[in-house]
Design a protein around this ligand. Structure first.
Ligand code: SAM
Length: 325
């Protein structure tokens, strides 16, 4: 078992398969940004599997593929298949912007992907263009429907509500999720990179108080997921809401995860700079499983107690896409 110095068990690893993305969401990758990791530094699928297997042998049960946009990485269903075959993997999920999903949904499902989170910040084509920099709503919508048709259940729709940008999209998004049996997950903006730092997100704890009675919500523990969201369900069972509130109500004391970036660096916390580079170790000719496990233990020891998004909101200069959201 992996237990950090604050007694938290680490059983969840998020794997970034690329730091590239086809969108330029205003709170994430800045327009014109080109400084992406070079391909020779990307972990290969075999290297990712080697690290994942060592994590499972230390008690990790859940993995999520993310990025950047994970579906920009060629042959991703192959990686899904490889990870799913590792003994001890109980849950493999992916977070995607869905622009490429209509092409890949069936292959991902057949490869064994268990769950999908899809990012969508509104239902208006112009709002989506304004946020993502691309006229991509129809492609994303088709991708979401393709995932539903491919048989993915409990699809979660990630929305980042921003003041005066897309907060008028919240009601239509709730209705869209009710109509399609999706779970709406709202995320507070984190001050990551200058993009995140310049964005004014919505306080979701206040928002919950505002809509609690309107939708007759009760707290729910039914939803599957290894992450930090807390869930509520309407009493009629039709609407499920998940909230991720790193700013208004942080959840660091229950943090159970670390992130592996595309170049093989383990990040211990989104809101701190502690990291541990694994790539050189796993590429050294005499690398053993024992050495990898001992490096993982050392890394977990670096996991900080909490983020400092509020105390020091300019500390994190990397964008979310660099760590793997
Ligand atoms: N490209 C994929 C996608 O769009 O879902 C996966 C990576 S993306 C970085 C993962 C999630 O992080 C998305 O839901 C995105 O909205 C969210 N995100 C990015 N920057 C953020 C920030 N500064 N604060 C909060 N959420 C952020």
């Amino acid at each position: 078992m992996l237990v950090d110095q604050f007694g938290r068990t680490i059983d969840y690893v998020r794997i970034s398969v690329t730091d590239k993305c086809d969108l330029r969401c205003t709170y994430c990758i800045p327009e014109g940004f080109r400084d992406f990791e070079v391909p020779q530094n990307w972990l290969t699928f075999d290297e990712i599997a080697l690290i994942a297997r060592n994590f499972t042998e230390l008690g990790v049960k859940r993995f999520r593929l993310t990025g950047g946009e994970p579906l920009l990485r060629k042959d991703l269903p192959q990686l899904v298949e490889i990870i799913k075959k590792i003994p001890g993997v109980e849950d493999l999920s992916m977070t995607t912007n869905a622009t490429q999903l209509s092409k890949h949904a069936v292959a991902l499902r057949n490869a064994g992907l268990d769950r999908l989170n899809i990012s969508l910040d509104g239902l208006s084509t112009s709002v989506i263009k304004e946020i993502t920099g691309l006229n991509c709503f129809n492609k994303v919508y088709d991708g979401i429907m393709a995932a539903k048709d491919a048989g993915f259940e409990q699809i979660k729709i990630n929305m980042v509500p921003m003041l005066n940008i897309n907060d008028n999209q919240i009601e239509p998004m709730i209705q869209f999720c009710i109509d399609n049996d999706f779970i709406l997950r709202m995320i507070e903006v984190m001050p990551m990179g200058h993009t995140g730092q310049q964005t004014q997100g919505k306080n979701l704890s206040d928002f919950l108080r505002q809509i609690y009675h309107k939708y007759d919500l009760i707290e729910s523990t039914e939803v599957r997921g290894g992450g930090p969201a807390r869930y509520w369900k309407s009493k009629d069972g039709k609407f499920t809401l998940g909230l991720i509130t790193p700013i208004s109500q942080h959840f660091c004391e229950t943090c159970n995860r670390v992130r592996l970036s595309v170049d093989g660096t383990l990040f211990m916390c989104l809101g701190q700079n502690d990291d541990y580079a694994l790539r050189d170790l796993i590429r050294s000719p005499d690398c053993t499983d024992e050495a990898i496990k001992s490096a993982i233990y050392e890394a977990i020891n670096l996991k900080p107690k909490k983020h400092e998004f509020i105390e020091d909101d300019t500390k994190i200069t990397r964008f979310m896409s660099m760590t793997g959201g």
